[in-house]
Design a protein around this ligand. Structure first.
Ligand SMILES: *Cc1c(COP(=O)(O)O)cnc(C)c1O
Length: 404
């Protein structure tokens, strides 16, 4: 996205034009950005030739998943719904891994029937359930076990998953216990050790520490793992200050790891593939002066984009039409929802706004629409895929008849 003649433009179309045609709020995604992200990911990790499984929970739009599939990616899913969506988008079951701490019998059963690559289990109880179902179906099922490496990912506490106080994975001792259990089971084929320590990780050191711990565990057991699934979590740049994760450094750490362990690497990136491709465009409904600051009341709210309300996430916020005139008071950008956390950002300096102006909230391609809801019985926004000067509606705006 960039300003061309003071108009914010995505690929070859200015956002004002899109708003005139489709109304607000809307999500738009840049196809060329997505392509660039996938190619950069592939290029940087080429030397380890990983299987890249897109984390579907970051963006569940079937048209987005279809586009990603065309680049040869697989899918990481965390529910039956996501598994069905990935299959419907045409992803090869042999490239699908199924993660999550609480898979129910019907979800496991479906995954077994579809012959997906791996069910990544997160507890001994879950493995016993997979074993029970596999036995009934007279099958031998490939599984992974998610290790909790007790590693601080140095990210927002709400999106950290690899510390011992987090619910994810199993600790070292349980991990060894599980290896023994699987050895004695005719219906379980333990193929993979998986880890995923959190999201929006910008520092390589947590990953390096994680690799060290995985390496130690592999050395202590004589079980032969075919895959090591390193999860996702690669951080992107949300502000001009933070830099994205250095892929090259991560790649060298993995290369070093692979010299000791002959395994196939799996990645499960979500945010790093789709995060910076998306923009939420919203219109100023009212401006309310509260003395010290002005509330900019938008037609998008926390039901459309929950990240700021849920974990205080920062999203760059821009005016769709640029002007040089500065506001005199700080602006607080809020939505119409009846919650005080329904607020996107407060900015001390912004250009002066008036009612009906358009605002672009940036880098919302991941965990934007996929976390949206109908709270306050608000309609979910339309989603558009932008390819050069072409606009494709990839999800229609919800209608009241869908809701009521
Ligand atoms: C959420 C999740 C991912 C994706 O994380 P990103 O930060 O979006 O890359 C990958 N693997 C698992 C198990 C997850 O829960």
């Amino acid at each position: 996205m960039k300003y061309i003649n003071k108009k914010l433009t995505i690929e070859k179309i200015n956002l004002q034009k899109i708003a005139n045609k489709f109304g607000t709020p809307f999500y738009s995604y840049s196809y060329s950005k997505m392509k660039e992200n996938i190619n950069s990911f592939k290029r940087n990790f080429k030397s380890i030739s990983p299987l890249i499984c897109f984390a579907v929970k970051s963006n569940t739009n079937i048209n987005i998943i279809r586009e990603i599939k065309k680049f040869g990616l697989g899918a990481d899913v965390v529910s039956l719904g996501e598994l069905m969506m990935a299959l419907k988008a045409g992803i090869n079951p042999n490239k699908i891994v199924f993660s999550g701490v609480g898979k129910k019998s019907n979800e496991i059963s479906f995954a077994i029937d579809k012959k997906i690559l791996l069910i990544n289990a997160e507890s001994l109880s879950e493995i016993k359930e997979i074993n029970r179902l596999a036995k009934i179906k007279s099958r031998k099922i490939r599984i992974g076990v998610r290790l909790n490496p007790n590693t601080d990912a140095k990210t927002l506490s709400q999106i950290s998953t690899g510390k011992k106080e987090n619910k994810f994975g199993v600790n070292k001792d349980t991990f060894y216990e599980i290896i023994n259990y699987c050895k004695n089971s005719k219906n379980i084929d333990l193929k993979c050790l998986s880890v995923h320590i959190g999201s929006q990780i910008l520092d390589n050191r947590p990953y390096e520490k994680m690799l060290k711990i995985v390496s130690q565990i592999l050395k202590k057991t004589n079980h032969k793992f075919e895959f090591i699934d390193l999860g996702g979590g690669m951080g992107i740049s949300y502000s001009d200050k933070n830099k994205k994760l250095n892929y090259k450094k991560y790649n060298s750490a993995i290369l070093k790891f692979l010299r000791k362990h002959k395994v196939k690497i799996i990645f499960e990136p979500g945010r790093s593939i789709i995060g910076n491709t998306g923009t939420l465009v919203t219109k100023v409904i009212y401006i309310k002066d509260s003395g010290r600051k002005k509330f900019i009341i938008l037609d998008a709210a926390m039901n459309d984009l929950m990240r700021p309300a849920l974990y205080g996430a920062f999203h760059k916020t821009l005016a769709v039409t640029k002007s040089e005139k500065k506001s005199k008071k700080p602006y607080e950008f809020v939505g119409p929802i009846c919650e005080s956390t329904d607020k996107f950002i407060t900015l001390k300096k912004f250009q002066e706004l008036k009612e009906k102006d358009l605002i672009a909230i940036c880098d919302v391609g991941a965990y934007g629409m996929s976390l949206s809801s109908n709270y306050n019985l608000r309609l979910k926004p339309i989603e558009l895929l932008i390819k050069g000067s072409k606009i494709k509606v990839i999800r229609k705006r919800q209608k009241y008849k869908d809701l009521i």
